[in-house]
Design a protein around this ligand. Structure first.
Ligand code: A2P
Length: 338
């Protein structure tokens, strides 16, 4: 396998840092790594494969000779620079929401729709973190029993909002523990320490948030099936890493719940942790060091004729971002698209 020149835009952020770690761990064939950031951290250094690599300033000229550009520096940066990178001949894998619903941009979770990678015209979108993990247990359920409707409630970690958001939670917690009361919220709308906030991204006219509608719309696009209805309730919780989701899934066809458990366990990069007799079920603390999506509490939802309830946890910086992006990069290589 030859090597590829890989740029990481937003290399100093929480997702960018994880992208570089995942490239290293998965031994992606990198010929040259180019970490890019704003003037705030250009000139600083990051570790990659035991080497000290200089972070360069993102400019319109950054992408000459780059084969793959992983973007995670916010939507406005992707809006401006992803088309420039694509025009320079790089394939962009974009972690922001900017291009996700663009009909000319494939939205890919490789376990579900790796075949869509080949439709790319220079830009491929990585889904929202909550969607990426949810579609894994949904995949065999939809294939075998056809999903009618999913009701999902999320419990999302602060790292999904970036490094400053994590710092806000930590500093607020310390301030409260020291008896000084909560510090003023900046990245969040309300106090996050010792609290939960039913508000992620901005509110829309229908009363849902953008984050909630991403789960609805992106699921349909990834499965290529508009008939799957998803209604989401997205909540921020004071965890650093790891999004949790409680799912209620209604299917058209009847099923055997043991068969459902077996099918979910067969999905690549999914690990079933499900034995209530021994208090075995996933929590965010279990997903910090893994790319796997963890699934437990699989049981029959008795409130509808064909219903499944389950709990699903995944590292939002990995399957929800960096790992999925690097999986897409591997698809480009394995499908000989690059
Ligand atoms: P920088 O370190 O220079 O601010 P997070 O999501 O953890 O807050 O990280 C955001 C990432 O996006 C950081 O690497 C940040 O770089 C980068 N970034 C933000 N704005 C820009 C920009 N205008 N140009 C290039 N990189 C940017």
């Amino acid at each position: 396998m030859q090597g590829y020149n890989v740029a990481v835009v937003g290399a100093t952020g929480v997702v960018g840092t994880e992208m570089i770690k995942v490239l290293e761990e998965t031994k992606f064939p990198v010929a040259k790594l180019l970490p890019l950031a704003s003037e705030r951290s250009a000139g600083s250094r990051i570790e990659y494969n035991g080497e000290n690599v200089k972070v360069e300033l993102l400019t319109e000229e950054s992408f000459k000779g780059i084969h793959i550009a992983l973007f995670s520096a916010g939507s406005s940066v992707s809006e401006k620079y992803a088309p420039i990178a694509a025009a320079s001949g790089a394939v962009v894998i974009d972690n922001t929401s900017f291009f996700r619903m663009d009909p000319n941009v494939p939205l890919v979770v490789p376990e579900v729709n790796a075949h869509d990678v080949r439709k790319h015209q220079g830009i491929i979108a990585n889904p929202n973190c909550s969607t990426a993990q949810m579609v894994l247990p949904l995949l065999p359920i939809h294939e075998h029993f056809k999903i009618k409707r999913v009701v999902v409630s999320t419990y999302q970690a602060t790292s999904g909002a970036g490094k400053e958001a994590m710092d806000e939670m930590l500093n607020q917690t310390i301030s409260i523990v020291n008896g000084n009361g909560p510090t003023k919220p900046k990245k969040f709308t309300k106090q996050i320490a010792f609290n939960v906030i039913p508000h992620i991204d901005s509110f829309l006219e229908n009363g849902f948030t953008k984050e909630e509608m991403k789960m609805t719309n992106e699921t349909k696009k990834i499965f290529g099936d508009d008939s799957i209805e998803v209604v989401a309730n997205c909540v921020r919780v004071p965890a650093f890493i790891g999004h949790s989701e409680a799912l209620n899934i209604e299917t058209e066809k009847p099923f055997d719940i043991e068969k459902v458990r077996e099918l979910i366990a067969g999905v690549p990069n999914v690990r079933v942790m499900d034995d209530v007799a021994t208090n075995t079920y996933p929590t965010p603390a279990d997903c910090v060091e893994t790319n796997d999506t963890l699934v437990g509490r699989i049981r029959r939802d008795f409130s509808v004729p064909n219903g499944i309830a389950l709990f699903c946890v995944s590292n939002n910086l990995r399957k929800g971002a960096a790992f999925n992006a690097v999986q897409i990069a591997f698809e480009l290589v394995n499908q000989e698209l690059i």
